[in-house]
Design a protein around this ligand. Structure first.
Ligand SMILES: Cc1cc2nc3c(=O)[nH]c(=O)nc-3n(C[C@H](O)[C@H](O)[C@H](O)COP(=O)(O)OP(=O)(O)OC[C@H]3O[C@@H](n4cnc5c(N)ncnc54)[C@H](O)[C@@H]3O)c2cc1C
Length: 547
């Protein structure tokens, strides 16, 4: 599988300046990278360098939970990728926001703390990844966690990541839960407890009403460690190799091309799009694709960039004027100064909302297995990732397919690291994903029309009630569905020819290189992907330090 490799030695010579020598170099300061920077530098024995393409995370907006509404479509801390035209989405370009600062996506995400279903991890292990079953990974979830509200064997206190119940959830989130229960869905008090099924409030990664990004949790407390160098606005452009061994990273800072070397290992944590991009730029990837771009093939790894999986999601919106619903209204504008004061003084109120406050896990087909669909409820109208602003208040229910069968890919647009990769999730390519999303749409619409959500008249956007047949609904889903921001699988873990890393997260056939982030997930988990990514990095730290 692995072809003879050589150092391509383009812009740099082989001898590194000694000041830039570390034990570990981590590429990407996102959810996974911040965990690794902390754990690998903890003993004081190892010099660690963390390279992050984005700027520092100093902006106060990054701490205010409700600012998510702005950050998700913003430019400074967001790569703002677009997909290639999606045949399954009537030819539209999907939007793919990704965090671009310390903390990565955890700096701009909706803060929902969900681990997924035990069957997800047992499935990874059953696919040949020893050490990744639920019983193996639960200790890493617990090591990360500092749960301020829930205790018991499935929760922990004292970890770096603050997990808490929302301080001021909207009364409409409670109405959603009641409406879901009135529609036959059981009440869930803890989505990370023994039972994932049901409707309830999400717990969030917050401390005292402020966002607790992974940078806040893991990096900020250790920034002064002498052995840890954090370099921002440093975009890795390729891995440096001699033969099959990776010895460092070339990166661009401003207009300067620099490099760092790693005595032990380089760990790529650049996320589901950035990690396969960097591997391919370095000659590690599908041979024919790299050759077509004029990139020397160091190792023909056909799985790099393949198996992209993402949660396809559809948003049902209802317009409604009522207290407790957020939106672009005069009422909200008049309320804002008081909310700012509350937030600064007490750390509660509207600004602590993560917008997607409540949700549900459910099945749409008969049978006993794990959930098939996830709902998110927001006490606000959300159109096109909030890129299309809608005046007026209302609420929305988002429905996504938890284990989609569609598989997409990430490819390079060019050999230049500054060019965005070509992202093709192939949403709704598999017929069963569409069938399941149609079923989910019907359930979400029923909840939206159930009391006490629908106690008074309210009006749906996009005439949801008029959609009767599956064909009507399918056409609407193709017109407006898009990502729930959970791309994974593009450097997937496994043993076959299509796998990129082994169960130790080492890149097949390459020495001194691991990938540790959301991209290694062999299969998308049933839930939001931040906590699982943190777990992956916690486990990766142990794997690295064990050698
Ligand atoms: C809008 C949004 C909302 C979300 N909401 C939730 C939620 O509520 N709950 C949840 O569990 N999950 C949520 N997620 C998903 C979750 O945050 C991600 O799955 C998780 O953060 C991924 O972590 P990662 O380490 O794999 O990648 P990232 O966090 O994306 O980190 C990758 C880092 O690498 C950097 N990078 C990339 N390329 C390079 C390069 N060449 N050189 C140097 N640095 C590079 C990036 O700038 C980034 O900082 C959301 C995501 C988004 C975008």
């Amino acid at each position: 599988m692995v072809q003879p490799a050589r150092d391509r030695g383009r812009a740099l010579s082989a001898a590194p300046p000694s000041g830039d020598e570390f034990d570990y170099v981590i590429v990407g300061g996102g959810s996974a990278g911040c965990v690794l920077a902390n754990r690998l530098s903890a003993s004081g024995k190892h010099r660690v360098c963390l390279l992050e393409a984005g700027p520092k995370d100093r902006n106060p907006l990054l701490r205010i939970p409700a600012a998510l509404a702005v950050l998700v479509r913003g430019t400074r801390y967001n790569w703002r990728y677009e997909t290639v035209p999606q045949a399954g989405l009537a030819g539209r370009l999907g939007f793919q926001p990704r965090g671009r600062t310390l903390g990565g996506c955890s700096a701009i995400n909706a803060m929902i703390y969900v681990r997924g279903h035990p069957a997800d991890y047992d499935g990874w292990a059953a696919a040949g990844n020893a050490g990744w079953a639920w019983a193996d990974v639960l200790p890493y979830f617990l090591r990360a966690e500092d749960n301020l509200d829930f205790a018991g064997p499935l929760h922990a206190q004292g970890g770096p990541l603050s997990v808490a119940s929302l301080r001021s959830p909207s009364p409409w989130s409670h109405r959603f839960i009641a409406a879901a229960c009135n529609s036959g869905i059981p009440l869930a008090t803890d989505f990370n407890g023994p039972e994932q099924f049901g409707a309830g409030l999400y717990q969030v990664t917050q401390t005292a009403g402020r966002r607790c990004s992974v940078a806040t949790a893991y990096l900020a407390p250790v920034r002064q460690r002498p052995g840890l160098a954090v370099v921002t606005q440093a975009q890795a452009s390729r891995l440096l190799m001699t033969g099959r061994r990776v010895y460092g990273v070339e990166f661009v800072q401003g207009t300067t091309r620099r490099r760092v070397t790693a005595r032990r290992e380089v760990v790529v944590c650049a996320g589901a799009f950035g990690s396969p991009q960097l591997l391919m730029l370095s000659g590690l990837g599908p041979g024919p694709h790299l050759q077509a771009l004029g990139i020397d093939v160091i190792a023909d790894l056909p799985g790099v960039g393949q198996h992209l999986q993402d949660h396809i999601d559809y948003t049902l919106n209802w317009r409604r004027r009522a207290a407790g619903l957020y939106g672009l209204t005069l009422g909200t504008a008049l309320r804002l100064p008081r909310e700012v004061w509350r937030y600064c003084r007490h750390g509660d109120g509207l600004l602590t909302s993560n917008i997607a406050e409540a949700g549900a896990f459910l099945r749409c087909s008969a049978g006993e297995g794990p959930p098939e669909l996830q709902l998110h409820f927001a006490p606000a109208i959300i159109e096109d990732h909030n890129r299309r602003l809608v005046f007026g208040a209302g609420f929305s229910i988002h429905v996504c397919v938890l284990q989609p069968a569609s598989r997409g890919e990430v490819r390079l647009a060019s050999p230049d690291a500054r060019d965005a990769p070509l992202i093709d999730p192939r949403f709704l390519d598999a017929a069963q994903d569409l069938t399941m999303l149609i079923a989910g749409f019907r359930i979400a619409r029923r909840i939206g029309a159930a009391p006490p959500l629908a106690a008074e008249a309210h009006e749906s956007l996009h005439a949801l009630e008029s959609l009767v047949t599956d064909a009507d609904i399918a056409a609407e889903l193709r017109r407006r569905a898009d990502t729930l921001y959970h791309p994974v699988g593009t450097c997937r873990m496994g043993g076959g020819r299509d796998a990129v890393v082994d169960a130790q997260l080492k890149v097949h056939g390459i020495v001194g290189l691991r990938v540790a982030d959301a991209s290694i997930m062999p299969r998308l988990i049933r839930g939001n992907t931040n906590a699982p990514t943190i777990m992956i990095a916690e486990k990766a730290a142990d794997l690295l330090l064990a050698e």
